[in-house]
Design a protein around this ligand. Structure first.
Ligand code: MLT
Length: 409
């Protein structure tokens, strides 16, 4: 009989968002009337239409594919030059990143999971707690952890607690770790890291020959001038970090799918015999073998957000979602709850009322307010006692959620 990967059985619960969807489905089936009023602020899925600049570019690309003269088959696995260059020019200008250090993909969720292919066994892996669950689950699947304890913490991972006391940016560990997942602006807490905090992490990584896996999927939502947008703004980061970025949230691409990883050629790791090896060619080889590139129309649509028209439209989207975040923050504050995030990211992280667990809060919001939120415990043990509200919604829905928060909290 074929041998399966036992590691999957270590994952006790289903993946967080399908699990929430399952619970919402059960609620809706038993409460069909209430279900009609349901407002979903759980998963951070965009609601506003794609920018016209992207749609136009995608239509044109499809028309190109309809002509023998302009038809294209397989594209470059790493992405078309026009998109890689547009990314460098618009997102990394002056940061010493070259177009061939950008790898286009179909999503950051896949990228942050797939990246484990190029790392060997035995790495000590640090993750923040709470955390985007993909980082943990993919390490479990890859066999990089032991079993989970009763709090859901996996043996072998180094958890870096993030709480109100450290402004949700973890303290530098007092032990040596090899891989560090950092996500700023942060999902789920919606908080941002300062330049000094990132500088300290880069110094730690360089001193310990660690690699930082920096997830900047929410960079576009940064509102404050002094918050770094890229890890590569920090001196020395090119030698110790790679960065994940996505078009999902900035341009409404959660369904369209396009993202990228920036891997500087200066980034190195170690082989089994102790020799130093650049990461870039390994990922390039992996990408060429297991991926045939994001589709041509999608890459044209992504590149179009860097046109003048595209920039104006994406800016309007960001202002819309961050306007929502502000309203949600204010509504929770007015209800007397401690509120974090929502200033440089489209997530508002809220402390549950005293004595209410995060799943208890999920049930209360679902059953009484008919609003879907995400329980903090779903992001890790340190998320217990909090819940996350996503600001990705229409203004009318957010105003209604604020009204219900005032009524029920
Ligand atoms: C979230 O709600 O945390 C995100 O939508 C998840 C994701 O981007 O995969």
């Amino acid at each position: 009989m074929a041998r399966l990967n036992d590691n999957f059985l270590k994952l006790k619960a289903g993946y967080l968002f399908p699990e929430i969807a399952r619970r919402v489905r059960v609620f809706s089936e038993t409460n069909p009337e209430a279900a009609k009023n349901l407002i979903r602020c759980g998963i951070g899925d965009v609601t506003e239409p794609l920018p016209e600049a992207s749609r136009k570019a995608m239509h044109e690309a499809i028309d190109e594919l309809g002509n023998r003269e302009s038809f294209r088959g397989y594209g470059p696995e790493q992405g078309y030059e026009f998109l890689r260059q547009a990314i460098v020019d618009n997102q990394f200008a002056g940061l010493g990143i070259e177009a061939d250090e950008v790898f286009i993909s179909d999503g950051s969720k896949c990228d942050t999971g797939n990246i484990l292919d190029i790392f060997g066994p035995g790495n000590v892996i640090a993750i923040t707690d709470p955390v985007y669950p993909v980082y943990v689950d993919t390490n479990v699947m890859a066999g990089n952890t032991g079993e989970a304890d009763e709090n859901g913490a996996f043996e072998g991972l180094v958890y870096l607690p993030c709480n109100a006391d450290n402004n949700f940016v973890p303290a530098i560990p007092d032990q040596k770790v090899d891989l560090i997942y950092l996500c700023y602006p942060n999902n789920p807490t919606g908080t941002a890291a300062t330049r000094e905090q990132l500088q300290a992490w880069v110094e730690y990584a360089r001193a310990n020959s660690s690699i930082i896996l920096y997830d900047a999927a929410y960079e576009a939502f940064i509102q404050e001038d002094d918050v770094p947008r890229s890890i590569f703004e920090i001196e020395g980061a090119h030698e110790c970090a790679m960065e994940f970025r996505s078009f999902s949230k900035i341009a409404g691409f959660t369904g369209v799918r396009c993202a990228y990883i920036v891997i500087p050629k200066a980034l190195k790791g170690t082989l089994a015999d102790g020799t130093s090896q650049a990461v870039h060619p390994l990922w390039s080889r992996r990408h060429s073998t297991k991926f045939n590139g994001a589709s041509y129309p999608v890459q044209r649509g992504a590149a179009a957000i860097f046109s003048e028209e595209g920039k104006a439209e994406t800016q309007a989207l960001i202002e819309h979602y961050m306007g929502n975040a502000k309203l949600l923050r204010e509504a929770c504050e007015k209800s007397g709850l401690a509120v974090y995030g929502g200033v440089n990211a489209p997530y508002v992280w809220v402390a549950c009322p005293k004595g209410v667990t995060s799943w208890g809060m999920f049930d209360k919001m679902l059953e009484q307010a008919n609003v879907v939120i995400t329980p903090g415990a779903g992001f890790g043990a340190a998320g217990e006692g909090y819940f996350r509200i996503s600001a990705f919604n229409s203004r009318a829905n957010v105003e209604e959620v604020c009204r219900r928060i005032a009524e029920f909290l």
